[in-house]
Design a protein around this ligand. Structure first.
Ligand code: PLP
Length: 373
């Protein structure tokens, strides 16, 4: 069995989420929209899930919309808001945000060399566009570098300098490393994806507090209060709810555990691969991700050798792996393209052991020695 260090790409379903999925699929086969008893009980279960997710997210149940995952949630927020004016996002957002922003003719907020957002530059960005802005999207934790953003502070800046804009945060990578309630209170719109925290794939959430602020992307029935038509996948939603509660209940302990793993891994890498550069070093980072640049090697070669050694890591975002182009995230941090092509991302979960990351650091040192002697 390979050592899995790609938890930022996806996580297996937790035992509790799987059990809930099976139980709900069995017990609630009816369409929640029906008008008979079994349908009403499916609708009651759906309402219960909505309430429980809202409690974790610090928002009203009516603000929780179930979606097919964060790609859809991000698109709903950005494209759904573009009718109201200019949309903007940081240059290091996931493609699920950057692509719809660019498609809508929106603007990208620049980042610094360590991936952070400089407050003075951000303030100037907002003031220049103030009345035009309808949406600003800034993620909580970057999925490639693990750089964390102070969402509450940045949301406050948007409220002050661009009061007509809604604040959206893609919190996909934050669920396993920070409590969501204060983030949920600070933002108008929040995207989550179940498979990043032990829930099923193809299921997610968009929190949208202001009713009518977004135009639906797809038209159909009246499910999810007209914003996201289509019959809900109740078993997946229930499993996601259980996984969300589980991840958040243990978030302090898991953050402490992940920090220990990250420190050990990065100390070993510094010792065994002194040429490696840790992206975002010096700024606030999630303990779940280490992103490295390895001068003189390429991601493809490194991943091949790591895979041979039984280590599953990634070049960057899951969607970009296998692609030869350097990541837009790393380029936005001012890294030259050849160096950007040497990116490797190691991401951990509470199932990762100390011996896993020690073996991974040794395998990386061996692979790097072969490629860049
Ligand atoms: N946003 C971030 C930060 C992600 O890491 C991902 C997953 O790759 C997504 C959005 C897309 O999520 P999903 O796989 O649910 O479409």
């Amino acid at each position: 069995m390979a050592i899995y260090l790609d938890s930022a790409a996806t996580t297996p379903m937790t035992a509790a989420a799987k059990a809930e999925y099976m139980q709900v699929a069995e017990a609630y086969p009816a369409n929640p929209q029906g008008s008979y008893r079994a349908a009403r009980s499916a609708m009651a279960k759906l309402d219960e899930c909505r309430e429980r997710c809202a409690a974790v997210l610090g928002c009203e149940p009516a603000a929780v919309y179930f979606t097919s995952g964060a790609t859809e949630s991000d698109n709903m927020a950005v494209t759904g808001r573009a009718h109201a004016g200019l949309v903007a996002a940081s240059a290091v957002e996931h493609k699920a945000v950057v692509a719809p922003v660019l498609a809508a003719g929106g603007d990208l907020v620049p980042v610094e060399g360590d991936g952070s957002i400089d407050r003075d530059r951000f303030r100037a960005f907002l003031k220049e566009r103030s009345s035009a802005l309808a949406l600003v999207s800034l993620m909580a934790v970057n999925n490639e570098t693990g750089v964390s953003y102070p969402v509450e502070i940045l949301a406050g800046m948007v409220r002050k300098h661009a009061p007509g804009a809604l604040f959206h945060t893609d919190a996909v990578q934050a669920v396993v490393v920070q409590p969501l309630a204060s983030l949920g209170r600070a933002a108008d719109l929040v995207s989550l994806s179940a498979h990043k925290f032990g829930g099923p794939k193809g299921c997610g959430i968009l929190v949208a507090k202001e009713r009518g602020a977004l135009k639906p992307l797809i038209l159909g029935g009246s499910q999810e209060r007209d914003l996201r038509p289509g019959t809900q996948d109740l078993a997946a939603i229930a499993a996601m709810t259980v996984a969300l509660e589980g991840a958040q209940a243990g978030v302090e302990a898991s953050t402490a555990y992940l920090s220990g793993l990250q420190q050990r891994f990065e100390a070993l890498v510094a010792e065994l691969v002194p040429a490696a550069i840790v992206s975002g070093a010096g700024t606030l980072r999630s303990p779940s991700i280490t992103h490295l640049l390895l001068p003189g090697a390429t991601s493809e070669e490194l991943l091949f050798l790591l895979d041979e050694a039984g280590i599953a890591a990634a070049a960057g975002s899951a969607c970009a792996s296998g692609a030869l182009e350097p990541s837009h995230v790393v380029l936005a941090m001012g890294v030259p393209a050849p160096l950007a092509k040497s990116s490797l991302r190691f991401s951990y979960s509470t199932s990762t052991s100390l011996s896993d990351i020690e073996l991974a650091a040794k395998a990386l040192a061996e692979a790097y020695r072969r490629l860049a002697p």
